[in-house]
Ligand binder design. Structure first.
Ligand SMILES: O=C(O)C1=C[C@@H](OP(=O)(O)O)[C@@H](O)[C@H](O)C1
Ligand SMILES: C=C(OP(=O)(O)O)C(=O)O
Length: 449
């Protein structure tokens, strides 16, 4: 969907202690990949716990356009009858990936080595995001992209008729770039090798192995070399999607923000390539426990319990950035209520997300009375202590779900309410956010546009 209708302003008021259990939705990264790999397997892939956020629904629709049969059985249960590697149909219309960088970038990778052409677009946020980071490596396989200035959407990708395998080192830490190259490598004859110098989320590698691809990963510290043999026959799978640690971050951090809170967030995927926020919170002194640590579907899972308590500002090291890249907005909101400053280094990738997240958080926090400092790659928040943030501002959300949810959480613990100009983007990743937080005790108020 390339837009979400009229703006929906909303305010967060001071909250009583948050109490209860928060069942957050399925992991967004794994949900996209389940649909895409399902479409590339011959036969039926069954998925339970799929995230039914708009980003993933747009990917489901795209898979239909490429020839897969995607069925929603209700209650998070979906099935995909795939066409197989190398057998994608040419879409009859433009593929609209809405707000989703993951969706459009992985799908471009998926089709780049098939002899078909597709045109991609998205909402104003997605149309502003760089796609050259994907189309450059896809050109090495033989695909051709015709996009707007800077490789932006709308963009037409002409898949390679005679693809060749590729060796590629990702120039920035990006699981989307790595995954696009691996998905393209699936239909290239021979071995495609992707090297990353900083480890990023590894769901694509894990899931490709699960679907029967011949893939190996050699790790050397932070650096990883991934080798994939092209043209496998992928086997359909039964997938139980773990709950999303990036969504769990909101009820967890809200509990750490609001005095007297005690919240349980069960069944959270804690893949080490995703869990950097939780390490950071512990370093800040958070009362956070991991109960029932176990393994489910090849991913580590635990029940998180967060209780309010004093937090101190810390330095978050740059090498941790990839493992918590989507959590910096909520961390910066939380940091505003800690004692002392929180320094986040190595975070320039935040500038090319759904919005420039450093700028969006900086301007909103300043409007709420918080002192911040920034340069291209660093963000510093000066904490004002529990109850110390004035609030009383309207924060721009810029079509960015994580900015919207971060300011809604901050407003639960500010002296005056915090208003956001539009809650609409929250639907992309966490459609039940408002109700779930309300059930824990949060007080949100819809405002007039
Ligand atoms: O591969 C993925 O599922 C994702 C990778 C990350 O993006 P980058 O690859 O651009 O860092 C992350 O921000 C996004 O929410 C999901
Ligand atoms: C960056 C994000 O998503 P995407 O890149 O898929 O739009 C996110 O969910 O925070």
């Amino acid at each position: 969907m390339s837009g979400h209708g009229p703006a929906r302003p909303m305010s967060a008021l001071a909250s009583p202690p948050l109490r209860g259990t928060a069942h957050v939705p399925g992991d967004k990264s794994i949900s996209h990949r389940s649909l895409i790999l399902g479409a590339l397997s011959v036969g039926e892939t069954r998925i339970s716990g799929l995230l039914e956020g708009q980003d993933v629904l747009d990917t489901a629709k795209a898979m239909q356009a490429f020839g897969a049969d995607v069925v929603n059985h209700g209650g998070g249960d979906w099935s995909v009858h795939g066409v197989g590697v190398g057998a994608l149909a040419e879409p009859e219309n433009v593929i609209d990936c809405g707000n989703s960088g993951t969706g459009v970038r992985l799908i471009m990778g998926m089709m780049a080595t098939s002899p078909i052409t597709a045109t991609f677009t998205g909402d104003a946020s997605l149309r502003s995001r760089p796609m050259g980071r994907i189309t450059d490596p896809l050109a090495l396989f033989g695909a051709t992209a015709h996009g707007r200035d800077g490789g932006r959407l709308p963009l037409t990708l002409v898949g390679a008729a005679n693809p060749v395998p590729v060796r590629y080192t990702t120039p920035m830490p990006s699981a989307q770039v790595k995954s696009a190259v691996l998905l393209a490598g699936l239909n290239a004859p021979g071995e495609t090798v992707v090297t990353e110098t900083e480890a990023t989320r590894d769901h694509t590698e894990r899931m490709l192995a699960g679907f029967g691809a011949d893939i190996t990963v050699e790790e050397d510290g932070q650096s990883r070399i991934i080798r994939l043999q092209g043209q496998p026959e992928l086997r359909p799978q039964t997938i139980a999607v773990p709950r999303d640690p990036s969504s769990a971050a909101f009820p967890v951090c809200a509990a750490l923000l609001v005095e007297g809170s005690d919240v349980l967030v069960p069944n959270i995927g804690l893949n080490p390539t995703r869990a950097g926020l939780y390490t950071t919170l512990k370093e800040m002194g958070a009362d956070l426990t991991f109960e029932n640590l176990r393994e489910e579907g090849g991913e580590p899972v635990a029940d998180l319990r967060a209780r309010f308590g004093p937090l101190k500002g810390i330095e978050v090291p740059p090498e941790r950035a990839a493992s918590m890249i989507d959590e910096y907005p909520i961390l910066s909101a939380l940091a505003a209520t800690a004692e002392g400053k929180t320094v986040m280094r190595g975070v320039k990738e935040l500038r090319v997300k759904e919005s420039d997240r450093i700028d969006a958080m900086a301007r909103g926090l300043e409007a709420c009375g918080v002192t911040v400092e920034e340069d291209e790659d660093t963000f510093i928040v000066h904490g004002m202590g529990p109850g110390g943030v004035p609030g009383g501002a309207t924060c721009e959300t810029r079509l960015d779900h994580r900015i919207a949810m971060s300011f809604m959480c901050l407003g639960m613990a500010t002296q005056k309410p915090v208003k956001i100009d539009d809650a609409g983007a929250i639907e992309t990743s966490f459609p039940i956010f408002i109700d779930l937080m309300g059930d824990l005790g949060a007080v949100f108020r819809r405002e007039n546009a």
